[in-house]
Design a protein around this ligand. Structure first.
Ligand code: ZN
Ligand code: MN
Length: 154
């Protein structure tokens, strides 16, 4: 088993991204959770370890990692972007809560057929796809129904 830091360096090199200690830490922060962190959340997590690092540096690293296709920027409805990493070609989708902004992973393997369709129908090559489903998470749904119920009672 390779050390995690070596794996991170390898991923950066494979994508031709310059390797710095802060960039490794930012990538690690995106990879190690499934909460799809924002830049501010990553900054909060790393600022003790890198006291000289600014929020702008985190943004800058996320921008490089996104443009080198190491990570993906999610199209969530909130004000700040959230980021995710897809393990070796593993595809998954996101359910985004309109109320609290929570982003939950789910898989739907059948959907990879849309890439075959794009290849067959409009002759596209090297395709990729991304999908977000918007709605209310169960907690927000229950909460809104509870308050509707209380309003009806009063
Ligand atoms: Zn919610
Ligand atoms: Mn995800």
């Amino acid at each position: 088993m390779k050390k995690r830091s070596e794996q991170l360096v390898e991923i950066l090199k494979r994508h031709n991204a310059r390797v710095t200690e802060q960039r490794i830490a930012v990538l690690d922060a995106v990879m190690r959770t499934n909460v799809h962190p924002t830049a501010a959340e990553i900054y909060d997590q790393l600022k003790d370890r890198f006291p000289s690092m600014s929020l702008a540096t985190v943004y800058n690293n996320l921008r490089v990692l996104t443009s080198e296709k190491v990570i993906v920027e999610l199209r969530t409805s909130g004000d700040s972007s959230r980021y995710d990493y897809f393990e070796n070609g593993e595809q998954h989708y996101h359910a985004v809560c309109r109320s609290c902004g929570k982003v939950v992973d789910f898989s739907y393997p059948e959907l990879t057929d849309v890439e075959l369709a794009a290849a067959r129908l409009v002759h596209f090559h090297e395709t990729s796809h991304q999908l977000e489903v918007y709605g209310l998470c169960d907690a927000c749904y229950q909460k809104s129904h509870e308050s509707n119920r209380l309003q009806a009672l009063s």
